[in-house]
Write a protein that binds this ligand. Structure first.
Ligand code: GLA
Length: 729
């Protein structure tokens, strides 16, 4: 429910277990009172200002009963006596900050208005959501600033965004516009973020909040391998299964900033939004601007509680793709099997083996177009290489399909190679700072998606291939950060908007293509997991988690990713041993157990395996198919962290808690250890469960509170995967 009380000036968004409460102060400011478990407020509840303090500023000299710096704002500005990081910076024609925003009005409506041009979480019918808009007006400029809150009662989720409309006569400039701001009361919190790098994406970092500003963010033009657009405040005594966590995730794929400030009074302000130092936007009279959406999740049940809410919500409400609720196919990808060195014969041999193993989708990766035999050439020339594939994509696809598999294809539409026909014909189509030769990353340049003609060209090119009907799946790659960010299609004064316009162009492209080809399953990729964010996941309901396919490295990567994103989204492949990235040797068993946590695929040359290895793969695939619904749509809980010890463990529990899969990984061999046990999470304490390997029966309460005894492991990189099913009482 969303309610406003005229009497108290209190806005409340609440469900049976969650409440988010704000209050008008002096009729003009909006204060943040509470976000957390459901609470009932007494009628006179209100913000209590501090007593008289020294060295503070009165924003309103006519009313000295409060200090602006004391107030927990719902959205804060700088320049009026609030010295904390501002939620927005808007300047008028004479470059003066707009500081006279005061409360104007509100609306509460069923449903959720769309965010034009931006991805956002979806709604299923009007009664799925309720939306509150709180409007502020600046009289001096005629600018309206509207805080938009949507409540998803069935999920205990609140989404937020901010809309600015210029109803004045003169242009104003947005220099910062955070999508979400929350002022917390003092408390002992840690900040949890998901930093990483190429091939080691989304580690977990948790550290006590210190006084001052701590931030994560990206200025790479993509949400990045280095930082995910996610930050959580975690009470310092919170564990996986107990305690409070407040998580904010931005539905955006470009530069972002997650900023947390703890000030002199230990008050904490949290922001999430577009990164301001690489953003400015001129808002002419009559124009409006919408910030990306932020998703806010509170959990009183630890980090697993937080992840549970995000996983369910994102599985059911993030993507509008028809594949959202469908089981995903097991694929073979030829990249690590052949790299650029393939022809049709080689691919068909791999496809036949894949079909025999039970694989359902054959994905042709990089190298099928132009004269692309290495990463130095041909991006942009999306025409098939007939030397490699004489029958074209259609010819290859029909042969693969006649084997009973689906066919998928790799693209990297946003890029162009300097050595390409496209670049020769349109050298002005790239991002480039005038009078400077642009930097290259992986030998490639970035197309300027601010230009309509570039977006139209890419639409036409990719569509013409998909329109043949021969492609069932697309892997959409993006292999470098943005540099030389300047668009010659825009006036000098508009250059501050290029990063954001690039993302808007990208979203337009993705939206049109995914709408035009609803039967094609799209998988996102950015040199692995470089843009693994809810913005891309809105269009593409699965993602290549990392270019690192090593089973042991993947434990950390997938574990960290699971803080926010469900296993269903995580492309995870069994690859060759020794692994191509780490050189590590691991058994086929642990490689499959690691990959089976998520959306399973294979990425190795199946034609060179021994009969035993091949049979093992066949068994893995049939096991996965049997439990696919449970793995892809079950409730996932982390049990043991690979970041803190020599093991990793998790379980996936089925609907009604009638079955579950237990995954355990023992990393390095240890000597003279006694058997240890591990306690499970999320089971029904009253049910009895059978370990289908040993046929042993356990009660749920026993497994949850006494624990399950692990075998003694011999050798490095060992794992077990056990299926438990409900046993007769
Ligand atoms: C990126 C992707 C890989 C593969 C290569 C092809 O690195 O992440 O999976 O597609 O590009 O060039």
């Amino acid at each position: 429910m969303i309610e406003f009380s005229e009497k108290t000036g209190i806005f409340s968004l609440y469900t049976g277990t969650l409440a988010y409460i704000m209050q008008l102060f002096r009729g003009k400011y909006l204060l943040h009172l509470h976000w957390g478990p459901y609470i009932e407020l007494a009628e006179r509840s209100r913000y209590v200002p501090f007593d008289e303090r020294v060295n503070m500023v009165h924003a309103d000299p006519g009313d000295k009963s409060y200090f602006i710096e004391d107030l927990p704002f719902e959205y804060g500005f700088r320049g009026n006596g609030d010295f904390r990081a501002p939620s927005a910076m808007i300047v008028d024609q004479i470059n003066a900050p707009v500081l006279d925003f005061i409360y104007d009005s509100y609306t509460i409506q069923e449903g959720k208005p769309p965010l034009p041009g931006l991805p956002s979480t979806i709604t299923m019918g009007k009664d799925d959501t309720e939306t509150l808009e709180i409007r502020f007006v600046s009289k001096s400029t005629g600018v309206h600033l509207c805080l938009v809150y949507t409540l998803y009662p069935a999920f205990n989720v609140i989404t937020r965004s901010v809309k600015v409309e210029n109803t004045g006569k003169a242009t104003v400039r947005l220099e910062k516009l955070m999508s979400a701001a929350v002022d917390f009361a003092p408390g002992e919190y840690d900040l949890l973020t998901l930093p990483g790098s190429w091939a080691r994406e989304r580690g977990i970092e948790r550290a006590p909040l210190r006084t001052g500003i701590t931030s994560v963010g990206s200025t790479r033009g993509m949400s990045s391998h280095q930082y995910n657009p996610f930050a959580a405040l975690v009470r310092n005594d919170t564990t996986e299964n107990n305690g409070e966590v407040y998580g904010i995730n931005l539905v955006y794929s470009g530069n972002f900033l997650g900023e947390v400030e703890k000030n002199q009074d230990e008050r904490i302000r949290v922001h999430m939004g577009i990164e301001p130092s690489t953003f400015s936007w001129n808002l002419a009279s009559g124009d409006s601007f919408c910030s990306p959406e932020a998703v806010l999740v509170y959990s009183g049940a630890g980090l697993n509680g937080l992840s549970g809410v995000f996983h369910k919500f994102y599985t059911e409400r993030l993507s509008s793709s028809a594949f959202r609720t469908q089981e995903r196919p097991i694929l073979i990808n030829n990249w690590e099997a052949t790299y650029f060195d393939f022809d049709e014969k080689k691919l068909l041999a791999l496809a036949e083996k894949s079909r025999d193993a039970g694989i359902e989708l054959f994905v042709l990766d990089d190298g099928w177009f132009g004269s692309r035999n290495s990463d130095t050439t041909s991006l942009g020339d999306w025409f098939v290489n007939k030397e490699k594939l004489p029958g074209g994509i259609e010819g290859l696809s029909s042969k693969i399909r006649s084997m009973g598999m689906k066919f998928g294809l790799w693209f990297e539409p946003e890029m162009v190679s300097a050595e390409s026909v496209l670049y020769k014909e349109h050298p002005d189509w790239i991002l480039r700072v005038p009078n400077r030769s642009p930097a290259e990353g992986r030998n490639q340049l970035v197309l300027d998606l601010c230009r309509d003609e570039v977006v139209s060209f890419l639409l036409e090119r990719v569509s013409s291939i998909l329109a043949t009907g021969s492609v069932d799946y697309v892997k959409w790659d993006m292999n470098r950060s943005l540099t030389d960010v300047y668009s010659s299609s825009l006036e000098p004064g508009e250059q501050g908007g290029v990063y954001h316009r690039y993302i808007l162009g990208l979203y337009r492209l993705m939206e049109t293509l995914t709408e035009r080809f609803p039967d094609v399953l799209f998988e996102g990729c950015a040199a692995g997991g470089g843009r693994f964010d809810p913005g891309i996941l809105h269009y593409m309901p699965q993602y290549w988690t990392s270019d690192n396919t090593d089973a042991v490295s993947r434990l950390k990567i997938q574990y960290g990713t699971s803080i926010v994103y469900p296993p269903l989204f995580m492309g995870s492949h069994v690859s060759a041993s020794p692994n191509h990235q780490t050189g590590r040797n691991t058994s086929l068993e642990i490689r499959s157990h690691s990959a089976m946590m998520g959306n399973l695929g294979y990425e190795l040359d199946l034609t060179v395996l021994s009969k035993e290895e091949f049979d093992q793969i066949r068994q893995q695939i049939s096991f996965y198919k049997k439990h696919r619904r449970l793995i892809q749509f079950g409730r996932f809980y982390r049990l043991e962290s690979p970041f803190s010890g020599n093991s990793a463990a998790w379980i996936t529990v089925g609907e009604n808690k009638k079955e579950f899969l237990f995954f355990y990984y023992h990393i390095l061999s240890e000597v003279n250890k006694s058997r240890s046990s591990i306690r499970f999470t999320g089971l029904d304490e009253r049910k009895r469960y059978q370990d289908t390997n040993t046929l042993e029966i356990y009660t749920g309460s026993e497994l949850m509170h006494r624990g399950y005894y692990l075998p003694l492991f011999q050798g490095d990189f060992q794992s077990i995967l056990v299926y438990f099913t409900e046993a007769e009482q």
